[in-house]
Design a protein around this ligand. Structure first.
Ligand code: MGD
Ligand code: MGD
Ligand code: SF4
Ligand code: MO
Length: 875
């Protein structure tokens, strides 16, 4: 077998140093002001080797193929790979058409352009393997306490299947199906056929935006809640409450933001971190503490009421006709009129007016700035009030979406050109409106879990449940039931999906304990990820570059088709193949899950692919001929679309050209705003519910914590108040800093963390305010120890003026690396510092965390100098 890594290294024109240098230039173009000195790309001088690295002519002679970039980042970009003799020798991005702001290319980011160093990395898993001390049979045979420390041995696929299926049978027979836990991937489908398994659910990305929006009447998804990107150029003022497209929505969103700037908008950023997106548009910065947006908004609401008589900030007509619960005269029937929002904000009954001064003590924004924001958010400003999910991945923020909606309603910022108030996040950041193009379904049947517990355990108590045996069943992410205590005794953890669970769920120390407790842990993986590290059997998976093909999509205007880039590597298999073999060995009917093969599944997606025409009608996208059907050896009928199968495969992209005034514009909530009676929202009253008895009653019935029917401020567990021993007196406590996790450029969550080029480019430091660092005697590059109530991690410090005092930013997603002697993680794994904490609807509140920071005597080895994780069994 070819050594891909060597071939790539020799034949790729760009050296690692050249790559780092190019990345640094790209980032410098974004960061027009401010500095993250020492924390951004390394500054590498070009060497002679770089200068001579011009491609040899024969390398250019390969075939360009559209290559998948399949990770859960904020983009979906066109990546092309130049394949020569079965090896990728170059990568490039979208050049299918000229770039313009209206009709932009779908350009890849630094990570996507380093993808070949991911797929062909020396640490790709090649063979199945077993943890040496593990033996089947359960109990002491497992030597569970050695997970994460043991050696590995290579095994055959047959041995792997035998171990796994024998154990599944034994566990089912001895303990029943409720002892089987799986992530919900392909093997889970067969566990369903085999009597069922326990699954999990979490609010993940969206935090409190998961359940609350539909109930109160604000759009849950980024593509429905704000106007189309071309209309956004009509906004006069853009107020961003925590959004960072330049880091976490790579691709075009930051480019769209720049067009708003060019059209003359003014920008204000409310965030603990003056990030690269803000510096790109030269935004004014109003630093605000993490997890305190609710207090801040209440202060702004109070200031709007205070100044309304003089300045006319509030759109009373809108409030009176489109909302319920704002004041005593507009309360839902049967509820106490004194429970209205306005009286809460004014403190009429609780004696605490939520004045800017009150809010300031919590959120750290000055009363003057709170009043300034109130004026900016007034009804006569064409305001775009935007936020991402980050501020709702916090504890006790269940009513944050409702409060955001209330602010938008107070200023009348719905249903009008240039006005909007809602989410701008992830791949649909800065681009609202329904999808204009998309692929069809694969046509596979869905398989029902007879236990009904696919969404059994909430992530915030998953590890606790496995380690300690009980949890609250609450119905899942959107279907809520009254909390019901349940017992569980998990014996199998099966990581069969595209999730890095043990790395990405809160309370990692408890997670490791849970993994060490069960009889068997299995992981499908491409690398020695955290899941794999703490497993007993690890199965190597093919990458998307080795698959037949597939569709990917981010924004509403473009659809990507990626093709097979290289032949399958080593002994890797797909998740589906492994699942089918396990199903077969469990005596199940594989056809029930996969009635047809991968090619037909893919073909079905071509058949069902659609495009929206200028009248708003959905039409078939792809023209399919009888020849295509014969060539693909699939079942189907010829059909007429707008692009042939061949052309779509060759181009790898179909994108709808856009221009101002075209038929694809979108104004969020337009119909509801024009005629709320004829176009009611999905809420109980059909209006926006500033008072929602449904929200209150449903969440309170779960039993994690209690909320009111109106948005009120409830101090979060481990929030700013908890960083003080005496908040009133201003005395700091045991964990005096607030910590949260910015989504970081080196990775898409955990993915790419092992890519050497990216490790060199982005060192993964911990960000701390420059004055705070000085006070602690911490200098740039010093190794520091972060300690939270839940764990300890080491990182190198990056002091910067761009983080506000009292706040620490630990980038999300580094692969944990625990020193077993000290229990300290050396990788800066964010979830070593978070805990399994329940609140409200079961929100994963990663961004509410607290810690100490101290200089650490031993210097940390830079990530790029660490050896790759390649067990001997893989050599
Ligand atoms: N502390 C903290 N924790 C967080 C967050 C935070 O901000 N702070 N953010 C949260 C958010 S928003 C999210 S969305 C989650 C993301 O959490 P996850 O979804 O768990 O994270 P990913 O890194 O995207 O996981 C993808 C995994 O799938 C593997 N993989 C790739 N291709 C395949 C394949 O074909 N088959 C299989 N079987 N595996 C494959 C990758 O190697 C990787 O291990 O993390 C959450 N966790
Ligand atoms: N490079 C990269 N891109 C990614 C990901 C990744 O891991 N890496 N993950 C992807 C995924 S699945 C998701 S869900 C998205 C997440 O995307 P977002 O939800 O936007 O999360 P972040 O980018 O971490 O944070 C956005 C901004 O919010 C600020 N912020 C954090 N907490 C608060 C708060 O309490 N209040 C206020 N006002 N501001 C706050 C941060 O400082 C940052 O400037 O990113 C996606 N894109
Ligand atoms: S933004 Fe995401 S999809 Fe696009 S190139 Fe980067 S990692 Fe890949
Ligand atoms: Mo996410």
């Amino acid at each position: 077998m070819a050594d891909y890594k060597d071939e790539v290294r020799q034949s790729s024109g760009m050296s690692r140093r050249g790559f780092v240098k190019a990345s640094a230039t790209a980032a410098a173009a974004l960061a027009v002001s401010g500095s993250l000195a020492g924390c951004g790309p390394n500054k590498v001088q070009p060497t002679e080797e770089d200068q001579q690295a011009a491609p040899a002519a024969d390398i250019i002679s390969g075939t360009w193929v559209t290559a998948a970039c399949w990770h859960n980042c904020g983009g979906r970009c066109l990546n092309k790979a130049l394949v020569k003799d079965g090896v990728v020798v170059r990568q490039k991005t979208d050049d299918t058409h000229e770039d313009s702001p209206d009709y932009p290319q779908q350009r890849a980011c630094v990570r996507g352009r380093a993808q070949r160093n991911h797929v062909f990395s020396a640490d790709r898993l090649k063979y199945p393997m077993k943890r040496t001390s593990w033996q089947p049979g359960g109990g002491d045979n497992s030597k569970g306490e050695l997970r994460g420390k043991d050696e590995w041995e290579r095994i055959s696929w047959d041995e792997a299947y035998t171990y796994i299926t024998d154990e599944i049978k034994r566990i089912k027979e001895t303990y029943g199906n409720r002892a089987l836990f799986a992530d919900g991937g392909e093997v889970s489908k067969f566990l369903s056929l085999y009597g069922g398994y326990i699954g999990h659910w979490g609010t993940t990305s969206r935090g409190a935006w998961t359940y609350t929006p539909d109930v109160v009447g604000i759009a849950p998804q980024t593509n429905e809640g704000i106007n189309d990107r071309l209309d956004m150029r009509n906004s006069e003022v853009v107020i961003m409450f925590g959004t960072n497209p330049a880091w976490s929505s790579a691709g075009n969103p930051a480019y769209h933001l720049l067009q708003m700037k060019k059209a003359g908008a003014k920008f204000v950023a409310v965030d603990p971190f003056y990030n690269d997106s803000y510096s790109l548009v030269d935004a004014e910065w109003i630093p605000c503490r993490p997890s305190t947006d609710m207090a801040l908004f209440l202060g702004i609401a109070n200031a709007m009421l205070e100044m309304d008589a003089e300045k006319g900030l509030i759109d009373w007509d809108y409030l009176n006709t489109h909302t319920i619960g704002f004041d005593a005269d507009h309360m839902p029937e049967g509820e106490d009129p004194n429970g209205n929002f306005k009286d809460y904000v004014l403190g009429t009954f609780d004696g605490t007016p939520k004045t800017p001064e009150w809010a300031s003590r919590i959120c750290g924004v000055s009363p003057e700035n709170i009043r300034y924001l109130a004026e900016l958010m007034g009804k006569d400003n064409k305001a775009a009030i935007l936020m991402a999910w980050a501020s709702a991945r916090t504890h006790n923020a269940d009513c944050l979406p409702q409060l955001v909606m209330t602010m938008g309603a107070m200023g009348g910022h719905y249903g009008k050109s240039g006005h909007m108030c809602g989410l701008s996040c992830h791949s649909r950041s800065f681009s609202g409106g329904g999808y204009l193009i998309g692929s069809g379904a694969d046509g596979l049947p869905s398989v029902k879990n007879p236990l009904g517990d696919s969404e059994g355990i909430n992530d915030t108590e998953l590890w606790k449940a496995i380690a300690e045996g009980s949890y609250t069943y609450a119905g899942g992410s959107t279907k809520k039931v009254a909390g019901e205590p349940r017992e569980v005794d998990i014996k199998l953890i099966y990581h069969d999906s595209m999730n890095a669970k043990l790395q990405t769920i809160e309370g990692q120390a408890k997670g490791i304990e849970a993994h060490r407790k069960v009889d068997l842990v299995v992981t499908h993986s491409l690398f020695m990820t955290t899941n794999a590290q703490y497993s007993d059997i690890v199965l190597p998976i093919e990458s998307y570059w080795e698959k037949e093909g597939g569709f990917l999509q981010g924004n509403r205007e473009a659809l990507i088709y990626h093709s097979k880039v290289v032949d399958r590597m080593y002994e890797c298999l797909s998740d589906e193949e492994i699942a089918a073999e396990i199903g077969k060995r469990l005596g199940l009917n594989v056809e029930e899950v996969y009635p047809f093969g991968v090619k037909q599944q893919l073909f079905n997606q071509f058949v069902g692919a659609y495009i929206v025409d200028e009248t708003g009608e959905k039409k078939p996208l792809v023209t399919i001929t009888a020849d295509d059907i014969a060539e693909w050896e699939c079942e189907g009928e010829p059909q007429e679309g707008v692009v042939s199968m061949k052309e779509l495969i060759e181009q790898g992209l179909y994108q709808i050209p856009r221009k101002p005034g075209d038929a694809y514009g979108y104004i969020a909530y337009e119909k509801f705003v024009k005629d709320p009676e004829a176009n009611p929202l999905k809420t109980a009253s059909g209006k926006q519910e500033i008072y929602s008895a449904t929200l209150r009653d449903t969440i309170n019935a779960i039993g994690y914590s209690t909320i009111e029917a109106i948005p009120t401020y409830i101090p979060p567990q481990e929030g700013v108040e908890a960083t003080y021993s005496d908040f009133e007196a201003g005395t700091k406590g045991e964990y005096p800093y607030q910590l949260y996790n910015p989504h970081y450029l080196r990775r898409s969550h955990t993915v790419f963390d092992n890519v050497q080029w990216l490790r060199e480019t982005w060192p993964n430091p911990v960000f701390i305010n420059a004055d705070d660092a000085k006070e602690k005697g911490i200098k740039e590059g010093d190794t520091v120890l972060l300690t939270s109530p839940h764990g300890k991690v080491l990182r190198v410090a990056c002091p910067t003026e761009r983080f506000m005092p009292g706040v620490i930013g630990l980038p999300h997603g580094a692969w944990v690396d625990v020193d077993e002697k000290t229990g300290i993680d050396h990788a800066g794994s964010d979830n070593m510092l978070t805990g399994q904490i329940q609140s409200g609807q079961g929100v994963s509140g990663w961004n509410t965390c607290m810690c100490t920071i101290e200089k650490y005597q031993e210097a940390l080895t830079p990530d790029v100098e660490l050896p790759m994780r390649v067990p001997e069994a893989q050599m």
